[in-house]
Ligand binder design. Structure first.
Ligand code: SF4
Length: 366
């Protein structure tokens, strides 16, 4: 048994990995690389089953007050036409989600200061009452008292990526935010009993394999219900326009596989950015640890204006086409569609106790 096999065997039996071992796995090539993918796929099958759950994304506003350096819809990008969907448009799209096989809708936006918490609560109540769907919010950092209101209105899950666990890198690319505030918001979400999703961008400018391995370990320490990671793809309308991809494309895939091996019971989506990285990128990820697919349900007329990164797939399609496409993909992979909301299996008894630990300090990782 070679070194890669030895580490993978330990991970498959619930063991941990040292930073240096993760770096070695991220460097793996050829047959060793395939061994990592196979181990992650087997772990996904054993722990999460064959089903793929659909979480339909509704990008309801591309208005954002922030200037994240990598983001195509940051307030600094004056070339983007801004939109905010009406409440009725959002509700209608949620109704469509039920027809298209989604058990969850993900309401996603920039940090839009004019979309009030009370308005969001009204929307949540209508979606829950009219569709019964699970709802995930991805609307940026919120104060704890607003999170309480959102939860009371029916929000099941919250997605807030930390993007990088390296405080210096975080500060460089997020001029309007602090890592500590994001960590506090994640901590509030945990204590309030939300199902919590987070994750990071793979291959940010200056990232070394050691830094990516640290991000994997940090993610694991958070004990997340859902882990969403995607490649950094430079957007031409941003200051990071000229930053290249990693030399070794397989690092993006190995990262997801390692996240699965270290987080056997977390939901892991095949994030859309993988299709922008490579044709069939999301299919590849579904065979390397992922068990969630997030079709874009945003009405076609808005999609082109919500491009956090370039070459975003499916911007000229509508929700029905995306739903059909997903079914074709899953059939080609011989994976059944999951039914129901696909809630966290880390936390069947929703409540404060499940994630009672505090967020690990980033200091130890920088
Ligand atoms: S990443 Fe999010 S918070 Fe940052 S500028 Fe883009 S939409 Fe706004």
């Amino acid at each position: 048994m070679n070194t890669t096999q030895q580490i993978l065997t330990r991970l498959r039996h619930g063991g941990r990995a040292e930073l240096s071992e993760l770096v070695a796995l991220l460097k793996a090539q050829g047959e060793d690389c395939n061994l990592i993918y196979e181990a992650a796929d087997r772990m996904r099958q054993e722990q999460m089953g064959p089903e793929v759950f659909l979480r339909g994304i509704i990008e309801f506003s591309n208005i954002c007050k922030n200037r994240c350096l990598y983001c195509g819809i940051s307030i600094k990008n004056k070339d983007v036409k801004r939109y905010r969907m009406s409440d009725d448009e959002i509700i209608n799209t949620a109704h469509n989600a039920t027809k298209w096989g989604c058990g969850t809708v993900v309401l996603q936006s920039g940090e839009d200061p004019n979309f009030s918490t009370d308005q969001m609560c009204t929307l949540l109540r209508r979606i829950k009452a009219e569709t019964g769907l699970a709802v995930t919010l991805s609307i940026g950092i919120q104060p704890r008292f607003d999170l309480v209101k959102l939860q009371e209105a029916g929000c099941d899950r919250y997605l807030l990526r930390f993007e990088t666990s390296h405080s210096e890198s975080f500060a460089k690319i997020h001029p309007d935010e602090s890592f500590e505030r994001r960590g506090q918001c994640l901590q509030d979400l945990r204590e309030l009993g939300f199902q919590v999703g987070s994750g990071f961008m793979i291959g940010l400018p200056g990232a070394t394999l050691e830094m990516i391995a640290q991000d994997i370990l940090y993610t694991t320490q958070l004990k997340l219900d859902m882990i969403g990671c995607g490649p950094f793809l430079s957007h031409p309308g941003t200051e990071l326009a000229d930053e290249p991809l990693l030399d070794d494309i397989s690092v993006y895939y190995k990262t997801i596989a390692l996240v699965r091996l270290l987080n056997p019971r977390a939901h892991i989506p095949a994030t859309t950015a993988f299709d922008a990285l490579e044709a069939d990128g999301r299919n590849n990820i579904l065979t390397r640890g992922a068990n969630i697919f997030m079709p874009n349900l945003t009405p076609g007329k808005y999609r082109v204006f919500y491009q956090l990164y370039p070459n975003k797939p499916c911007v000229d399609e509508d929700g029905a086409a995306c739903a059909m496409c997903v079914r074709g993909r899953l059939a080609s992979l011989n994976r059944p569609l999951g039914s129901g909301p696909g809630h966290s299996i880390l936390n069947k008894a929703k409540g404060k106790s499940r994630l009672a630990g505090s967020c690990p300090s980033v200091k130890g990782l920088t």
